[in-house]
Ligand binder design. Sequence first.
Ligand SMILES: Cc1cc2nc3c(=O)[nH]c(=O)nc-3n(C[C@H](O)[C@H](O)[C@H](O)COP(=O)(O)O)c2cc1C
Length: 166
Amino acid sequence: MKVKEAISKRRSIRKYSNQQVLDDVVKEIIQAGIWAPSGLNNQPWKFIVIKEQQHKQKLAQFTKYGGIIINAPVCVCVFLDKAKSYDRDKDVMAVGACIQNMLLCAHELGIGTCWMGEILNKKDAVGEYLRIDRGFELMAVISMGYPLKEVLRSSRRKLESFFLSV
Ligand SMILES: Cc1cc2nc3c(=O)[nH]c(=O)nc-3n(C[C@H](O)[C@H](O)[C@H](O)COP(=O)(O)O)c2cc1C
């Protein structure tokens, strides 16, 4: 798949079939994530892969979008590794690039994802539940699975509307 096609055809997928996502496929997706650029190449990311129903049920309680988590065969929690961090703004951006790489790679592999951010309102509680050291800060949960249906539409405002004039 061409990069431009992956960028424009990727959609947030919130309903998944029962088909499991193989561990190697999840690893391939995370591998794409870690090839993202980062300031000083500090690679300030960490991941937890969650597949167990009991953990998904619990994680779901921390966001109003919990239904997506419960329905997804796999969720990947993405953390900022504060020990690797040298500039918060840049490091958060790098983690965003890492996440986008993962979404695009997943799309190419036929796997739907949803980048879930609302859960960050309860990121400390999520960290406590997962018994994560406070040196790791939750940046997103990415739900993953084979899309239930071929869907979806999305839109963007017109390109011209994003330019500032000086
Ligand atoms: C930082 C961020 C946070 C998001 N948080 C959520 C979320 O908590 N729940 C959700 O269903 N979608 C979430 N999304 C997905 C957006 O709603 C989605 O990307 C947007 O509506 C555009 O749709 P598209 O991804 O299909 O193009 C998030 C996306 C980003 C980038």
